[in-house]
Write a protein that binds this ligand. Structure first.
Ligand code: ZN
Length: 237
């Protein structure tokens, strides 16, 4: 079965004691049977250099709305066909998801029909209800709730409920520990709006894959969550 991983990091994260060397990415993807991966780091230039040499790797531009040049830089990056959307980390960045400085970035994504993957599941900046304010403001935007609430059942249930309320929302499974919530998400919003991500190298991709495989999905739904949904959303495949 082909695998597309919607959530992948490369580089050094000294605060978390996590790192994946630039030249370690390709072997790590292949060791985990990943056919396509969306890769990001705050250092966008580094990621562009790394993914250029790896056919399976694509880039999500790491957007910081506090950086005044972000919109122009994003437009520049989007000229590269390897750049398939934006990663937003309101928690690390210290901004709310509906911050007005973020709006022009979302508008560029709408123009290009590409998604934003938003870290979802930590107070105070990355709670699902705050992201919902942005979702309501921009019904044409394609918003992925990264981690679909992460490790907290209240945030997980809220993420599934928000995807149920808004057709422009997708759920991404990394770091969310409950296989049964993947099944529930597929039943409530459809496999075409749920996608596998690992958050590698924070989480082991094989463990994250097994979590989806144990969710009891039909073969067609499993294929969509592991591959088809992300292929369509990021790559138009
Ligand atoms: Zn991550």
């Amino acid at each position: 079965m082909a695998i597309t991983d919607a959530h992948f990091h490369v580089g050094d994260f000294p605060m978390s004691g996590v790192r994946l060397d630039e030249d370690g990415l390709a072997p790590y993807l292949r060791a985990n049977d990943i056919d396509a991966a969306m890769v990001f780091h705050e250092d966008n230039a580094m990621v562009r250099r790394v993914v250029a040499g790896i056919p399976e790797a694509y880039q999500l531009y790491w957007a910081d709305p506090k950086f005044p040049g972000a919109v122009d830089e994003l437009r520049e990056y989007l000229k590269d066909p390897k750049v398939r959307g934006v990663k937003l980390h309101p928690l690390f960045g210290g901004f709310l998801p509906d911050d007005p400085r973020l709006h022009p970035i979302i508008e560029v994504l709408i123009e290009h029909d590409l998604p934003a993957l938003i870290h979802c599941g930590h107070p105070i900046f990355s709670l699902p209800w705050s992201i919902e304010e942005l979702i309501i403001r921009y019904p044409e935007a394609k918003i992925i709730l990264g981690h679909m609430g992460h490790g907290n059942i209240v945030y997980i249930d809220a993420s599934i409920a928000i995807a149920g309320r808004h057709p422009n929302v997708w759920l991404e499974t990394s770091g969310m520990p409950m296989s049964l919530k993947i099944k529930e998400a597929v039943e409530k919003v459809g496999a075409d709006r749920v996608m596998y991500g690992s958050d590698g190298p924070w989480h082991e991709p094989k463990v994250e894959q097994l979590k989806v495989q144990l969710a009891g999905l039909s073969p067609a739904d499993l294929d969509a969550v592991m591959n088809g949904t992300a292929q369509r959303l990021f790559l138009g495949a």
